[in-house]
Design a protein around this ligand. Structure first.
Ligand SMILES: *Cc1c(COP(=O)(O)O)cnc(C)c1O
Length: 352
């Protein structure tokens, strides 16, 4: 089976730029962005900053870099950033906060990654004196990737802001999929932006751009982050070609995320119809379907191999945790096929 025939549900990063997006990229006005002269990057930075009610934004080649620049602006070497145990920042950025910025972390564990302000506040230790590490920032991931694309409660975010502000602790939003959170919850971007000192967003996930993320904050922090981006080797030249894809994605692809959400729910329902212990469709908020295989003998990697034989790619992210992610490049037919294949394989796995 060639890769073009495979239905790829490993991530929403696997999308390829559409014809319309490629056309927008080809037509983009460009300049040298290290000199601040790329009009398409400048307009994208202004657009996204404004969308979240922030003073400024910085275009970055990856979401990890955007996250790392954000937390570097909030936390000094030898201070700590606290976050949920399965956050991307602590699990999937290869220790970058420690390697580049001397940032240490402690984490709290939350079911499905769901934020409870008290969980964070209970372990927060600001101004810890000369012998203990001081907490200077808290990171919140929305939607929560390894939590299964879960949407954070705006009430908990608000409470966390109120309480952390009293403690002098800053807040960072890892909003790689904040677009999905907005579509699912109806909460405006500006409302999400209001509670955080720094925000990172990705254009290369569900929005379907090939490359691109932004970090958002005050003018001062963004100016400083611009220097660090260059130091890290992330200064790009005529990258307006990439920013044009971002503009196109925001103009055209944002409303399409709701289709991804419906399809994820449909996959979850097809699974639950056969194996209800594996997933509760009610817990699927957005475009990520996390299958918990603890009740079955089969491991995530075994199920993933069986799916692959049938032409479906999924991610085994834990011994018993398999992730399927819906995205722009799927058709209704693909989803139907996935549903049938999953039902068949799980039925087989249920036989003792
Ligand atoms: C994908 C992702 C990022 C950034 O990933 P890159 O691959 O570096 O662009 C950050 N946070 C979360 C939650 C993500 O899912």
């Amino acid at each position: 089976m060639t890769s073009s025939q495979l239905i790829d549900l490993r991530s929403d990063t696997v999308t390829k730029p559409s014809a319309g997006m490629r056309e927008a990229m080809a037509k983009a006005q460009v300049g040298d962005d290290v000199y601040g002269e790329d009009p398409t990057i400048n307009s994208l930075e202004e657009r996204v900053a404004k969308l979240f009610g922030k003073e400024a934004a910085l275009f970055c080649p990856s979401g990890s870099l955007a996250n790392q620049l954000c937390i570097r602006m909030l936390v000094a070497a030898g201070e700590e950033l606290i976050t949920e145990t399965n956050s991307h920042i602590v699990r999937a950025e290869l220790g970058a906060g420690a390697v580049f910025s001397g940032i240490t972390t402690r984490t709290w564990l939350a079911p499905r990654g769901l934020l409870s302000a008290d969980d964070a506040l209970n372990i927060a230790r600001p101004d810890s004196g000369p012998y203990l590490v001081s907490t200077t920032a808290i990171a919140v991931e929305n939607t929560h990737n390894f939590g299964g694309g879960t949407v954070q409660s705006i009430g908990e975010i608000k409470k966390l802001r109120q309480e952390s502000e009293k403690l002098g602790i800053k807040l960072h939003l890892d909003g790689a999929r904040i677009w999905n959170a907005h579509i699912a919850s109806g909460v405006e971007f500006i409302e999400y932006g209001k509670y955080f000192d720094t925000v990172s967003v990705c254009l290369s996930k569900g929005l379907g751009a090939p490359v691109g993320s932004l970090m958002l904050s005050t003018k001062e922090r963004v100016a400083k982050a611009r220097q660090w981006r260059k130091r890290y080797g992330g200064g790009m030249r005529q990258a307006g070609i990439l920013a044009a894809a971002g503009h196109y994605a925001l103009d055209n692809n944002l409303p399409l995320l709701k289709v991804d959400h419906v399809r994820a729910k449909s996959i979850a329902s097809a699974v639950a119809a056969v194996a209800p212990k594996v997933i509760d469709p009610a817990t699927v908020d957005t475009n990520i379907v996390g299958l918990e295989l603890n009740s079955l003998k089969i491991s995530a990697s075994e199920l993933s191999s069986q799916l692959k034989e049938k032409g479906v790619l999924a991610s085994a992210l834990g011994p018993k945790y398999l992730r399927l992610v819906t995205h722009l490049d799927l058709t209704d037919g693909d989803v139907e096929e996935v549903n049938q294949i999953l039902a068949q394989l799980l039925q087989r796995a249920l036989v003792p």
